[in-house]
Structure formats: structure tokens, C-alpha cells
Ligand binder design. Sequence first.
Ligand SMILES: [Mg+2]
Length: 391
Amino acid sequence: MRIEAIDLFYVALPEVTDAADGTQDSFLVRVRTDDGLEGWGESDASPLVSLAAYVCPMSHGNIINLSDSLLGEKVETPEDIRRLHFKAHRRAMDIEQVDHAQSAVDIALWDLVGRRLGKPVYALLGYERTYPKLPYCSVLFGDDPQSTRRIAEAIRNKGYRAAKFGWGPMGQDEETDIALVRAAREGLGPGSRLMVDAGVAWHLDAETAYKRACQFAPFEVTWLEEPLFAGAVEQYARLKELGSPVAIAGGEGCNTYRAAEDFIRHGRPDFVQIDVGRIGGITTTDEVCRLARREGVIFVNHTFKSHLQLAASLHVLGGVEEFQFLEYPDTPSPLARDLTTRRILRDEDGLVRAPEGPGLGIEVNMDTVRTYLRPVRIEIDGRTVFASKPL
Ligand SMILES: [Mg+2]
């Protein structure tokens, strides 16, 4: 079967704000083949910049848009997907957005081939089964310690056994930072896991990050995430050298396999968090997951999108028993919440499993795509190079 169409969708809430909430818009790709099958994928990236990587005119041999490299190609097996991943990436290697943009089509191709072969994606990746994961309810800190405590209490009441608080006022000053973490712990109560996402609060300052890690340690923090800038590999290594009493996590800013490799090998985090919608899709995320395993670093998904993308992450890490944590966004926008016809829910033990159906095992809700679709038209010299398909 050959790729007949690559359909691109920009969807967004009517109003988008500057809150650190990645569920306000999205970039979706549907791949269709000449035998009537289709697969879906989603990038966690600027939708229109990503869309451009699929339709921009050729500049030279290293700037060829992704659609031109993929249309008409045979795609029947995992080897085909890997071959096409390399081909499209090679021919678009001077497009800075290519890894973000390519994530969606790569995920869609795994979904599609899984449907063709009647197998879940994790099986295509070589795993016989998957293991349940402990979802951590991923939320933002409240505006102050009081509201953070209320958010934590609500999470406890929902029955979560782990929660991550991030961004918001963290990094303002020492007193507030400690009060926020204390409030989160008090609201959750003892016994459940608490992760802290500092949202790159201390930039390049490993000494302050170390000091905060020491100050947060009494609140039994499972990890301190992104205390420093994403690319600050030397500073992460310095933090490790200082002997942080709290485990260090990061990696959502690794937008390429090479960035992830550099961070794992030289930044020496305890946890590496990879976004399947940014780093190039399932193909690249699977490679990083295997690298992390070899290097003794715990792989965790970074996911702040719909359950389409949560499913993609689950298929990658689901087959590895020792990678037990799953980022689970708890308060998505209606767009992200309703993008799939069903959501991946916790079982009676509070754990989450990869869907078992063919492909990603989850279906896109076309009514939701229709509701939030932002029609796009791109013209050059009066000639249309892209126009959103009517749904
Ligand atoms: Mg984070």
C-alpha cells in the first residue's frame, strides 16, 4: 500500500492565552493509503510553523517539504516507517522545525501500519506485552501556596497516588519556592509521590538549583524537574556533581535524538522525559527509550496534549517494566479532552495501560476536529499551495 494523502489540521480553542498549558491548540496529521486505511498523529509544536514544513516550496536538496518526500511511498512494515523517517528527515534537514513537525506524521504512520497488521504499536516495536504505569497527575502550581494546597487536596480526592506540580510562581524567591512545595505536600498528604517541575526557574545557576533541591528534600520529592535550561548540559552535570539529595529530571526540551543523547550521557539526569510529539515521533522516542535503558536512566514520557499522544507515549514505554511513571495531564482543555472518542483511564489499582487495539488503539473524534478546526489557506503568486480540507 502506498501513501495517497497527508492531511494537515490546525485546531485551536477560540481564545488562546499565555498560560503554560499546551492543550490550547494542536497540529494533527492524518495519513491515508490507497487501500483505504488511515492513521493519525499529533505534534506538540507551533501548529502553523509545523504545517509549513509539509508544504513549503523546495529551496534546495536539504529543504524539501515532508509531504513531497512521503507521498506515493510504500508503507507496510515498521522497516518502511524507519526508512521513510530517515528519508524525509534527510531531505528536510535544513528546516529547523523538522523534528517537531515530523513527529505527527511519524506517529500517524505507526498507527496506520499497526492497523494494517492488526497489531498494537508496542508489538511492532518488539514488545510482547505492556506493563501498567503509575500515572502522575500533572498540573501547574497555584498562584500562591494556599491555592496550591487546594489543588493538591483535590488531586488526593481524585485518588491519584502521584502528582507533579510545575511552573507558576516557582523561582520567584526562596521563601515562596519552599512554601509552594510544602503546600503541595501538605495537600497531597503523606504516602503519595510528589514531583516538582521548576520550569527552568534557575536558568544556568546550578548552585541555586542544588540549594533548592536540599530545601525541598524534607518534603519527600521524587524528582526535581527542569531546575535549569533545557540545553544547559554542563550545568546539569555540575548539579549532579554537587550531589543533589533529590533526583533530577529533564529532557522535554530535547528536540532531537542527538540532544537527548547529549543530555543523557553528559547531563547525567536520573530521569529523562521525552515528548513523542516534539522529538520526531515514535521512531525517535523508541530509540531514546532504548538508549536510556542502556545508560541506566529512567525514561518518562512528557505529555501535555490529547490522549492520542498519551497513547503514542504509552506504546513506547509500556513494554519496559522498570519504567513505571507516566505523565498524565489531568486538566486538559475541551479540545484535548475530546479529541479522542475515549480516554485512557486509570484501572481499579489506579494504574494506566497502553491500549490493546491495532495501531495506537485510540480513535480521533472527528466532531471535535470539526469544532476546533481553523481553516488555513496558503497562496504563492495567487496559486494555492495549501488549503484545509473541508470535514
Ligand atoms: Mg516539565
